[in-house]
Design a protein around this ligand. Structure first.
Ligand code: SAM
Length: 267
């Protein structure tokens, strides 16, 4: 019988998510994290960082639409966008659907960009867009040095450990606040509604007072633990609830009703 290989992602002593590795495509240890790519006959190619699912070809749009479109609609006519993380290119793809002038993408690990371009060509398809500027650096170090002001900042990081841990601090959010314009808006992925509730609740309480208007919101993410993902949205001036979504932006799933229907002031 042919030997089978399975990827297992543990979330609780009695629960894990498992994918059969129908074909192992890449395994390496970069300067920052363990990077794995394998093919699963249902989900397509799957990207794993430090043992956690980042994207699958089949369901990545649920997450990338949810993290990208809300801050772009809450901000007024955004032109300058910053993505922190996002090395798989999915968030960049969604941002470029809007009439923006420039998108700086600050990704700490160029090996993630390389693996995404090689194995996820439909997701990592916009790194060479003339409006995209790819920077390989730690997001917090970038913000400490830059004097640029953005209309939108999107924190598309991995989980709050390893290289992403600095992106889940009040210091980082203070730096982001100083790096957005008066009508600027920030979104960030914060974790699983079910498995990371306490962390999200405490972290949101710690940073929300830095902004005039702050909410949590959710969207379904089939291959992330618990199937429902939580994001934070933070606005310097604009009302998040009163934002109006133009209907000329094509999405497969996320929309204004899902966004506004999921807004929470606490979790
Ligand atoms: N959708 C995924 C999730 O919710 O976990 C996130 C995907 S994206 C691949 C996460 C990216 O953040 C990774 O490529 C990782 O290398 C990058 N990253 C982690 N820490 C970072 C930091 N301090 N500065 C910039 N990028 C960072």
């Amino acid at each position: 019988m042919k030997e089978e290989f399975w990827f297992k992602e543990y979330h609780h002593k009695g629960f894990y998510i498992s994918f059969k590795k129908d074909k192992i495509l890449k395994e390496l240890k970069s300067k920052y994290q363990k990077i794995e790519v394998f093919y699963n006959e249902f989900w397509g190619n799957v990207l794993i960082l430090d043992g956690l699912v980042m994207i699958t070809e089949k369901d990545e749009f649920f997450y990338h639409e949810a993290i990208a479109h809300p801050p772009l609609f809450v901000s007024e006519n955004p032109k300058k966008v910053l993505i922190i993380g996002g090395g798989d290119g999915g968030t960049l793809r969604e941002v470029l659907k809007h009439n923006v002038e420039s998108v700086d993408l600050v990704e700490i690990d160029e090996e993630v960009i390389k693996a995404s371009e090689e194995f996820f060509p439909k997701i990592a398809a916009y790194f060479n867009d003339k409006r995209a500027n790819i920077i390989t650096e730690d997001g917090i170090e970038f913000l400490k040095k830059t004097d640029k002001k953005y209309d939108v900042i999107i924190v598309d990081s991995s989980e709050p450990f390893g290289p992403s841990s600095v992106l889940f601090t009040r210091k980082f959010y203070s730096l982001m606040k100083d790096s957005i314009n008066d009508y600027g808006v920030i979104s960030a992925q914060l974790g699983s509604y079910l498995f990371h509730k306490n962390f999200i609740s405490e972290f949101f309480k710690d940073v929300k007072d830095l902004f005039k208007d702050s909410y949590l919101y959710t969207g379904i993410t089939p291959t992330y633990p618990g199937g429902l993902w939580t994001y934070g949205i933070f606005s310097k001036k604009n009302s998040i609830k009163d934002s109006v979504w133009e209907n000329n932006i094509q999405t497969k799933y996320y929309n204004e009703l899902i966004f506004k229907g999921s807004l929470m002031s606490e979790i």
